[in-house]
Design a protein around this ligand. Structure first.
Ligand code: C5P
Length: 242
């Protein structure tokens, strides 16, 4: 089961939510977090939180409404009032509807990515999205993909992973992903924007991109997706029934 919850079906059951297991997968863009989190959620039968999508959605909502990137109040309000529905599809992908519109392609555009990392540096935006992210913690468990899942959002979990890879391989992966979605992309432009975004994400004052204390750090530059997934399953002590 891979499930992403919308606000409507995420009411917390009184039944001790702190005991729901969470595996956090943090790391920079293109490190393979998205794909790996999806596979892990399927294998474990857990829910899935793609927290980057919430920042991208806030960015897209701001771009659609012409909110300037320095209007902190309006950006935080856009984050708080996001009208979004995640619909899991049979292939494990998620359909993302913003105000009823399928925004899957727009979310991945470079313009949205750049704006997402700018709005993500604003503390009021992060606060506005915090509770929404925690509401994804539901039985039987959650795989949470992001930048600060282990350091801020789900600090109490013992299963924290930090995934990294060289900027070049990450640009290459992002290029392939965009081309597969039918989006035109230039690899050297992607590399430049990845390096800029990394710098912004790592050096920001709120929730900077750093491995959580005790996180299992994996460099995926020369590993296959299956190898990374296996390393994480071993780390969390999961044994597959054959
Ligand atoms: O993971 P993804 O590339 O979709 O994230 C988009 C942007 O959202 C990142 O560049 C980062 O700035 C921000 N982000 C964040 N904290 C998260 C997830 C994403 O700041 N937990």
């Amino acid at each position: 089961m891979v499930t992403a919850l919308s606000e409507n079906n995420s009411a917390l059951s009184g039944h001790n939510i702190q005991h729901v297991p969470v595996v956090t997968i943090d790391g920079p863009s293109g490190s393979g977090k998205g794909t790996i989190s999806q596979i892990l959620a399927t294998k474990l039968g857990y829910h899935l939180l793609d927290s980057g999508a919430l920042y991208r959605l806030t960015a897209l909502a701001a771009l659609n409404k012409d909110i300037p990137e320095d209007d902190v109040e309006a950006l935080a309000e856009a984050a708080l009032n996001l009208d979004v529905v995640f619909k899991p599809q049979a292939d494990g992908e998620q359909l993302v509807l913003l105000e009823g519109q399928d925004v899957g392609v727009q979310l991945r555009l470079d313009e949205t990515s750049a704006m997402a990392s700018k709005v993500a540096a604003i503390p009021q935006v992060r606060d506005a999205l915090l509770q929404r992210q925690r509401q994804f913690r539901q039985w039987p468990g959650l795989v949470a993909d992001g930048r600060d899942m282990g350091t801020v959002v789900f600090t109490d979990t013992e299963h924290k992973v930090f995934l990294t890879a060289s900027p070049e391989i990450r640009a290459h992966r992002r290029h392939k992903q965009l081309i597969e979605k039918g989006v035109d992309a230039n690899i050297s432009h992607l590399l430049k924007s990845i390096i800029e975004r990394d710098e912004r994400d790592r050096t920001r004052t709120v929730a900077p991109l750093v491995p959580a204390e005790g996180a299992f750090v994996i460099d995926s530059t020369s590993l296959t997706i299956d190898e990374v997934v296996q390393q994480i399953l071993d780390f969390i002590g999961f044994t597959e029934l054959k």
